[in-house]
Design a protein around this ligand. Structure first.
Ligand SMILES: [Ca+2]
Length: 308
């Protein structure tokens, strides 16, 4: 299979770190760039984490500084000291060095994405695994480049049951207006939401087995971060949005019309799926409904070990 040109948009984040390793090491993905935004931690942390991971992976992939806040909420600041499964700085107990050899690309995310899509002969897959802010900014600024988007394979959303509220998933909740813009942009969308990432269970025992089979600093960082994160939430969400491009058998999807709820309250940011197509509107999303956990972990664990 020919490799797929792709840009990964991250908010690194423990599960983002595994997604970066998978995208960078899979021979089926030609990783052309990374964009780091706010999300699992504030922008300065997610950017530093992303740069550090590319250094540990030994890949020369440009990293762009993305958005520090949501599309329509310029005053948003992350809550300090909130204990979550990503820890204070994004990688759980592991902290990226303050000084790194790599520096971010000197472009705004819109110009960065436009340059990559313009230079690519083939349409490029965008893989957002954090808030959809930078993808939304891009499709608004450069609708002329929509035909150069092969697919937007995103981690986010939930057709049935959320993780921020009973209805809403975290990435979409972080920037609902951006999500509404992206879901309505007309590019092909694959939604790896909680409906399918709930199948991507990774246990502490699986991480320890992986640690025993791996060598090198990257694997150590991923296993240390992963052990912390999985002790709180046993689901490794983000790599599924990458894995489904590498192996179509990883994900089962259904085509449906999906809308984003923007009404204030506990439904704000809900991905409302018309499961029975009652509205009769054209489907805009391939909704992931189930994942194959064995095939998923086979890819992710091989990426960590460097045996893909
Ligand atoms: Ca993420």
């Amino acid at each position: 299979m020919k490799s797929i040109p792709a840009v990964l948009l991250v908010d690194t984040g423990v599960d983002d770190a595994f997604a970066i390793a998978l995208a960078a090491r899979s021979p089926q993905i030609d990783l052309l760039g990374l964009v780091a935004s706010f999300g699992n931690s504030k922008l300065e942390n997610t950017l530093q984490n992303t740069l550090w991971l590319t250094q540990l992976l030994g890949v020369q992939v440009p990293v762009c500084k993305g958005s520090a806040h949501a599309f329509c909420e310029p005053d948003w600041v992350p809550e300090e000291g909130v204990v979550n499964c990503h820890g204070d700085r994004g990688l759980g107990p592991v902290v990226a060095p303050d000084t790194l050899a790599a520096a971010p690309a000197g472009e705004d995310a819109v110009a960065f994405l436009a340059g990559i899509l313009e230079r690519s002969e083939e349409p490029v897959a965008l893989i957002p695994v954090g808030p959809l802010t930078d993808v939304a900014r891009f499709v608004v600024a450069r609708p002329d480049l929509l035909p150069k988007i092969r697919v937007i394979s995103l981690m986010g959303g939930a057709g049935r049951g959320g993780n921020v509220t009973p209805f809403v998933e975290a990435n979409i909740s972080s920037d609902p207006e951006a999500a509404a813009t992206v879901f309505g942009c007309g590019a092909p969308i694959v939604m790896c939401g909680l409906d399918c990432t709930r199948d991507c269970v990774v246990t502490a025992a699986m991480i320890e087995e992986l640690r025993a089979e791996s060598e090198g600093e990257l694997a150590q960082v991923l296993c240390d971060s992963g052990a912390f994160y999985l002790s709180i939430d046993e689901l490794l969400h983000d790599p599924l949005a990458v894995a489904c491009l590498i192996d179509e058998g990883v994900l089962r999807t259904e085509e449906h019309y999906v809308d984003i709820c923007l009404t204030p309250g506990e439904h704000r940011g809900q991905t409302v799926v018309d499961w029975e197509d009652r509205l009769g509107r054209p489907a805009n999303v391939q909704v992931g409904v189930a994942a194959d956990p064995q095939r998923f972990w086979q890819l992710v664990s091989a990426a960590v070990k460097g045996t893909l």
